[in-house]
Design a protein around this ligand. Structure first.
Ligand code: MG
Length: 301
């Protein structure tokens, strides 16, 4: 496979410093070398230019830094669309989860239909009307599915940017009160940690792929590292205990890989300032390897 790497050193979707260094941390964790060791070719497009939190304007506090987030997402969208037109598998490195709006905007420019498997401790389903924080990273999935500020919702060539009935949330364990109602009203399928405990990760993931891939051309994987338990992934801004074990997270990626349905991916919310010796970036790159075909016995035939 030919992979196009897009770095998005973005931190304005939330308020903790350091997550803009995520792309560097994942590259330092030998991202390119480890993907090439699986037989892939890797073209790294470098980073998009992102605003600096020290000088950016907050603006409306129900959607903080909206203007800069829109501009940054536009740059991400263009690079992702370039990957698509060059036949590359887009792999986006965050940055906070606001980058996902750019990723999906870029993917939606290709005229194809898609589902999403969104692995996250949170729902990212707030809008400026429901958000307690004003942080756009907590509005990313809602914006992709057509809810929220029009500047974000209409960033792609089509809105919504993905099919709601083909969208699956996996690993959720922390929803805001009004966000919970919005998720319940939506057609999004949710597998909370409770379902993972009860059914096991492989069953959950097979069902998730079935829903996400039903009748669509493409399946996108969005991996927020906070889906993993903070003991394994401490370097992230909004950790919630009770998350995926290291092996559950790998199994999720391996099951997605086995399905051969995944056509794009992003890894977000790695914050090296909060990390221990780059452990979380290392974990993110290991997850990419499993998603992109790494096998314990042998590489995929
Ligand atoms: Mg998230």
């Amino acid at each position: 496979m030919k992979i196009g790497v897009v770095g998005a050193p973005v931190d304005l979707g939330q308020q903790r410093r350091g997550v803009d260094m995520g792309p560097s941390a994942m590259r330092i964790a030998r991202l390119q070398e480890r993907l090439e060791s699986l037989g892939h070719s890797v073209k790294d497009f470098g980073n998009i230019s992102a605003a600096d939190m020290a000088t950016a304007k907050v603006g409306d506090r129900t959607a903080r830094y909206l203007n800069d987030v829109v501009r940054q997402c536009g740059l991400i969208a263009r690079r992702v669309a370039d990957c698509g037109s060059q036949g590359l598998f887009p792999l986006v490195l965050g940055g906070d989860q606001s980058v996902s709006i750019g990723t999906l905007a870029g993917l939606s420019s290709g005229g194809t239909s898609r589902g999403i498997v969104w692995l996250d401790a949170h729902g990212d389903f707030n809008t400026p009307k429901t958000t307690p924080s004003g942080n756009i990273h907590g509005m990313a999935l809602a914006a992709i599915l057509g809810y929220g500020p029009p500047e974000l919702v209409r960033l792609g060539k089509r809105s919504p940017m993905a099919s709601e009935r083909n969208t699956v949330l996996v690993g959720v364990r922390d929803l805001d009160a009004d966000e919970r109602k919005a998720v319940s009203r939506s057609r999004v399928t949710v597998f909370t940690m409770k379902e993972i405990d009860q059914l096991g990760m492989q069953t959950v993931m097979k069902r998730a792929i079935g829903v996400a891939g039903d009748g669509v051309d493409q399946v996108h994987v969005s991996f927020d590292v906070d889906v993993v338990d903070p003991r394994e992934a401490p370097g992230t801004g909004t950790p919630v205990r009770g998350g995926l074990t290291y092996r559950e997270a790998h199994l999720a990626m391996e099951t997605l890989s086995d399905s051969r349905r995944v056509t794009s991916a992003e890894f977000v919310e790695v914050n090296p300032i909060l990390d221990t010796a780059n452990h979380t970036a290392e974990l993110a790159v290991e997850m990419m390897q499993s998603l992109l075909g790494k096998r314990i016995i042998s590489k995929r035939a």
